[in-house]
Every structure is written in C-alpha cells, then in structure tokens.
Design a protein around this ligand. Structure first.
Ligand SMILES: NC(=O)c1ccc[n+]([C@@H]2O[C@H](COP(=O)([O-])OP(=O)(O)OC[C@H]3O[C@@H](n4cnc5c(N)ncnc54)[C@H](OP(=O)(O)O)[C@@H]3O)[C@@H](O)[C@H]2O)c1
Length: 318
C-alpha cells in the first residue's frame, strides 16, 4: 500500500480508501450478511487500507463496528457523516449531535477521525456552516470528532459550487469530491485551492456505475456526440475508451478509471466501494500502479475535460 498525509489533519492514510456506501454497501445490497461484509473490511485492512468511510444512511456503521473489534483502533482512520437536510427537513445541531453519538455507538468507538456533513447541496451550505459548524466544533472540543469535513453532492452540483464556497471557510479540514474520467471539473475548481490551503481530499465517483458498464459508456457517448458535445468518432464505436487499453496502458476501463483519479495532483484518498473480494484486490492493484501513460491522460483531458453531469448517478443512501 502507498500512504499519504491527509492535508493539514496530519493523518497518515492509505491512498486507497474503503467506501462502504455507493451501489454495493459492502455487498449488503446483494444479500451478503453483516459478518461477510465485516470480513471484507478486514480483507481491505489486510491489504493495507487504513481509511474507512461510512455514513448512517449506508447501514454499514455496524459492519465497520464489527470489523473494528479485531483491529487496534489507532491503526485505522474512520470517517462517518451526518445528514443536513432530508425530505425538506433541516437537521438541528441537537439532531446532528445525536446522529454522531449513534454512529459512535454502532462503530463501537469513542471518536471518529473525520466527521463529514453529508452531500451538502449549494443551497444548504450557509446553514451547514453557520448553524451546524459551531456544533461540530463543540463536539471536536469534547474529543468525539478529530477532524471536520464536508462532502459535496455531485448528483445535483455538477460544478463543485458547494466546495468552491467552502474553500473560504477554515472550519473544514477535509473535502469529499466527485471526480472521474468524464467529470473533471475539480481539477480547476477544487484541487489548486485544497493543495494551497492543506485541505485533505477524499475522492468519490471514480467508477460509480458508469465505468463498471461498458455498453453504458458507449450509449452516453452516442448521445453526447449527437448533441455535438464530444467528437463524432466517440459516438460511432462500441468501445469509446478502447484507446486506453494497450500494452503499457490500462488493462481495462475500471483499471483506467482508478489510475486516472489516483494520480491527479491534489487527490489524497481514492474511495471505492465493492461487495466483491476479487474487485477489492484488483482495485487496490490498480490504485498502486503507475499513472496512465501521459498521452492517454492528456487525451482524456482533451476529449472529456469540458463535460459536466456525466455518470453522476443517484441511488438511495448515496
Ligand atoms: N456525497 C457523499 O458523501 C458520497 C457520495 C457517493 C459516494 N460516497 C463514498 O464514496 C464511496 C465510493 O462510491 P462511488 O460513488 O465512487 O461508487 P462505488 O461504490 O465505488 O461504485 C463502484 C461500483 O462499481 C462496481 N465495481 C467496483 N470495482 C469493480 C471492479 N473491479 N469490477 C467491476 N465492478 C466493480 C461496484 O460493484 P461490486 O460490488 O460488484 O464491486 C460498484 O457498484 C462510497 O462507498 C461512499 O463511501 C460518498
């Protein structure tokens, strides 16, 4: 495993981070038991992963808690989250604190390393900062939170508007950012400033569902080519990203997707979710490989760098 420092938090973290939400929720969504999911967390730790991301809506805090029973607490960096608004209802500071306390109970720990406000839409930002921010600082003072973070919601915020604002407010020590081969806005919008200010970054959406589904990529390209948003040839092939797969290049589209984000300057931890032990191993292997060849990386930037809103799928629980 390779390790890096998560911005000014000073935490030493693996460059591969285990996401326990996403479409797989550690396999719980496809029928795995909590014990099987907890085994997968331990497999990840055996591979050197020490960053684990969870959240109440994922239903995986208990799974992480089970795994934590057999890992010395100081060997892992645990991140969880609180909702800010759901179904039109704004969460009060008291409710956020109660959510934190419940997370600590499920995780079986008395502190979380990073506590994030979850999927903060641009119109939620003022409330998150002004009403919830002080409550998070109070919990940090009590030692229940080590560092305070914010996750954007790429599903509605294609251009990183929340994080662009949050860059100016020192309460946030960590950001979770969406970025992938066809959603590259953070290169200009976020990473230069996070690097300058020492804000740690957690990368989400590297694969999501689009890059695990080659026919879907071809369909998206046909639609975008028809609208004149990408070069015509990309809409005329069943394998628009085939140019990435060659000797000395990527082995497949998922390998390309992880290597593309991993080596983007400003990215600290690449989160990925899986319910499959083999995917866990191959994803870690991809994240430890060298960058894509520079001509391929440059071609991805030139072909897709201008796109917004591609492959940012929603699903319940995010
Ligand atoms: N706003 C937020 O706070 C927010 C939003 C989204 C995500 N997140 C965090 O980020 C983490 C990552 O989420 P994500 O949105 O990037 O999606 P993801 O959960 O990483 O999705 C990857 C998808 O691709 C599949 N996959 C993974 N590796 C594969 C492989 N080697 N071959 C074939 N299929 C593969 C997975 O299914 P398999 O089970 O079959 O492997 C999964 O369905 C989440 O778990 C969560 O912790 C946070």
């Amino acid at each position: 495993m390779h390790y890096t420092t998560l911005g000014k938090t000073g935490l030493r973290v693996s460059v591969a981070g285990l996401g326990t939400g996403g479409f797989s929720r550690m396999g719980l969504k496809s029928g795995k038991t909590e014990d099987e999911a907890a085994r997968l967390v331990l497999d990840a730790v055996d591979l050197g992963i020490n960053f684990i991301d969870t959240a109440p809506p994922y239903g995986t805090e208990g799974v992480v808690g089970k795994a934590l029973k057999s890992i010395p607490r100081d060997q892992v960096v645990v991140a969880t989250k609180s909702t800010v608004r759901r179904n039109g209802e704004w969460w009060t500071p008291e409710r956020v604190t109660a959510s934190l306390d419940n997370s600590l109970r499920l995780l079986g720990t008395d502190y979380v390393d990073v506590f994030n406000l979850h999927a903060v839409d641009p119109d939620m930002y003022d409330y998150a900062r002004d009403t919830l921010g002080p409550a998070l600082v109070a919990q940090k003072d009590k030692g229940k939170i080590r560092h305070i973070g914010l996750t954007e919601n790429p599903i509605v915020d294609f251009t990183n508007e929340t994080l662009k604002r949050a860059l100016h407010d020192p309460v946030w020590e960590v950001f979770m950012v969406g970025f992938h081969m066809m959603h590259q806005g953070a290169r200009a919008n976020v990473f230069p400033a996070t690097r300058e200010k020492g804000i740690g970054t957690l990368l989400m959406f590297a694969v999501r569902s689009i890059f695990a589904d080659p026919p879907r990529v071809a369909r998206e390209m046909k639609e975008l080519a028809a609208k004149g948003l990408v070069e015509q040839w990309l809409g005329e092939t069943d394998d628009p990203l085939g140019f990435l797969v060659h000797e000395g290049g990527a082995t497949n589209m998922i390998d390309a997707a992880y290597r593309f984000v991993r080596h983007e300057p400003g990215v600290d931890v690449v989160l990925f979710g899986t319910g499959d032990a083999e995917h866990l191993r191959t994803n870690v292997a991809s994240l430890l490989k060298p960058p894509l060849p520079e001509p391929d990386r440059a071609k991805l930037a030139a072909l897709f760098g201008h796109l917004t809103g591609i492959g940012l799928d929603s699903h319940q629980g995010r």
